[in-house]
Design a protein. Structure first.
Length: 54
């Protein structure tokens, strides 16, 4: 999946349904390191205080 599209989907889910990155990966049975790496390769990192990738 295109990382910019993934960013939008992840941030929408974080904003609307998940309290944290940990909650997101547990809810959707994702591997956190894989998600963080994929978005990191596109220049995004998780900002816990804002509960989103930027």
């Amino acid at each position: 999946m295109d990382p910019h599209l993934l960013l939008g989907l992840v941030n929408t889910e974080l904003r609307n349904h998940c309290d944290s990155l940990e909650d997101l990966v547990k809810t959707h049975d994702l591997e956190e390191p894989v998600l963080v790496r994929k978005l990191g390769e596109a220049g995004y990192s998780y900002q816990a205080g804002q509960n989103q990738f930027r």
